[in-house]
Write a protein that binds this ligand. Structure first.
Ligand SMILES: CC(C)(COP(=O)(O)OP(=O)(O)OC[C@H]1O[C@@H](n2cnc3c(N)ncnc32)[C@H](O)[C@@H]1OP(=O)(O)O)[C@@H](O)C(=O)NCCC(=O)NCCS
Length: 426
């Protein structure tokens, strides 16, 4: 990956400058991030920002010497349908101070970052959007969704009878140190099976297990359990917190699952059995799971699980290199579709033929043939991982059929057996 802060380019917009920060400016940059995200500066995070400076690109908008905007990006590995990984430019820490909004700082920081990502050969850029209407103009579209649940344990006995557990295996609580070591190795195996997942670096695990304390995070050690199969291989991990509440003399506690990874159904059964049977707990909340996670169907009473109110788009994606991105993933059926893409920034513009072979691999090339579908760069980003469908975008007027039935035909190619999901916020 390497440190790309040596990018010496300085951009000017409305009298303000945009440039990579120096290592010495990392502390002030962290202060500007807190300011832009409307939160009090919680303490000195210079060391963490210095480490990020070494592995990612930290950019700021300057009014004189003062940092009034922030932007960070790093190269991530993104799993695409079929299990290949592509290099993604992952964008985060995007802020502009209230006094300097709407003067073009975000547009300038985004333009220079996407240009650099395209030069590095990243086929896509990804981010998590604070507000829906910020990033469409830059060619990003919502590309993964999360699906959380609230389970009322007074309405279900727990899991269905007869599910295949893993009696030869064992489930144990672990320390944060073990969570970091075992979790990192497990996650790295699992994320290659989940389209939309990105890798997690060492700093992610250190922060999330409090080896490195982040000012303002107020870390409290959660309950973390791992499952090992009969061979001793770690096949699952669950992390949860419990809020102890009493209704008079009766326990009424809430358990919140913050991480759930299971490589197979027997592991999922063992871990959910643990989560759903903790004494005193009456309500279980899972903030985000894959939309294809079988959880509610594992319950004896699936109606006891209601969709979480935070369900919605998780990660947004922008295609920078159409051929490289679409060659990397696999497809649902053989066939051919021609896409006419309108991209204001140019990266994805043009007419593209996507041809899928019998084995599900695809080849995407420029063509002059008549197009089947017309769409913008954001819609292309939404279709890429399969989380959104061409017929639904056509029904919303976001994709135009240039040939009757083209959206349904494209859907046969683009659909995926497992919906995309991004379990790692960034
Ligand atoms: C979102 C934010 C970074 C925008 O920065 P900015 O420097 O004001 O953006 P720009 O001046 O480059 O604006 C570019 C265009 O996007 C539009 N835009 C910017 N933020 C928008 C928002 N939140 N909703 C809708 N449109 C927005 C602008 O109106 C402008 O449109 P125009 O070109 O038609 O005039 C800034 O408002 C901010 O820091 N918000 C709070 C923190 C936040 O939400 N960060 C994003 C985290 S993912």
């Amino acid at each position: 990956m390497g440190n790309s802060n040596e990018d010496a380019a300085i951009d000017t917009v409305n009298g303000l400058q945009v440039r990579a920060i120096t290592e010495d400016e990392a502390g002030a940059w962290d202060r500007a991030v807190a300011f832009g995200f409307l939160r009090p500066h919680a303490g000195d995070a210079t060391e963490i920002r210095r480490r990020q400076w070494g592995t990612s690109r930290l950019v700021a908008g300057f009014d004189g010497d003062r940092q009034v905007a922030t932007f960070r990006s790093f190269d991530a590995e993104l799993t695409v349908p079929g299990g290949a990984v592509v290099r993604a430019d992952a964008i985060t820490n995007v802020t502009v101070t209230a006094t300097h909004r709407r003067r073009g700082l975000l547009s300038t920081m985004m333009r220079r970052d996407l240009e650099a990502a395209a030069r590095r050969g990243c086929p896509v850029a990804v981010l998590c959007a604070a507000e829906y209407n910020i990033y469409g103009r830059f060619g990003f579209g919502p590309a993964t969704r999360g699906s959380g649940w609230r389970i009322d344990l007074t309405r279900t006995r727990g899991l269905r009878d007869g599910l295949p557990g893993d009696p030869g295996g064992r489930t144990d609580f672990v320390t944060p140190t073990e969570q970091r070591e075992l979790g990192a190795e497990l996650y790295d195996r699992w994320r290659r099976t989940q389209p939309g997942a990105i890798d997690r670096d060492a700093l992610w695990w250190q922060r999330n297990t409090n080896e490195i304390a982040v000012p303002g995070d107020d870390f409290k050690e959660p309950f973390t359990a791992v499952h090992r199969n009969a061979d001793g291989t770690v096949t699952g991990l669950v992390v949860y917190r419990i809020e102890n509440k009493w209704d008079g003399a009766y326990p009424d506690s809430r358990l919140t699952v913050t991480e759930f990874i299971a490589l197979d159904l027997p592991t999922a059964v063992e871990l959910w059995r643990l989560v759903l049977s903790v004494d005193w707990v009456r309500k279980v909340e899972v903030g985000s799971l894959s939309p294809d996670d079988p959880l509610p169907l594992l319950l004896q009473e699936p109606r006891a699980a209601v969709p979480h109110e935070d369900d919605g788009d998780v990660m947004w994606l922008r295609v920078l290199d159409v051929a490289a991105a679409f060659d990397a993933r696999t497809y649902g059926a053989p066939g051919r579709v021609v896409l006419e893409v309108d991209d204001k920034s140019g990266y994805a513009s043009g007419r593209w033929a996507l041809e899928v072979s019998d084995d599900g691999t695809g080849r995407c090339t420029r063509t002059t043939d008549d197009a089947d579908l017309a769409l913008g760069a954001s819609e292309l980003g939404s279709l890429y991982l399969g989380a959104e469908t061409a017929p639904r975008l056509a029904a919303a007027g976001l994709v135009t059929e240039l040939r009757p039935g083209a959206a349904a035909a494209a859907d046969l190619l683009l659909r995926t057996p497992l919906k995309a999901w991004t379990p790692t916020g960034f």
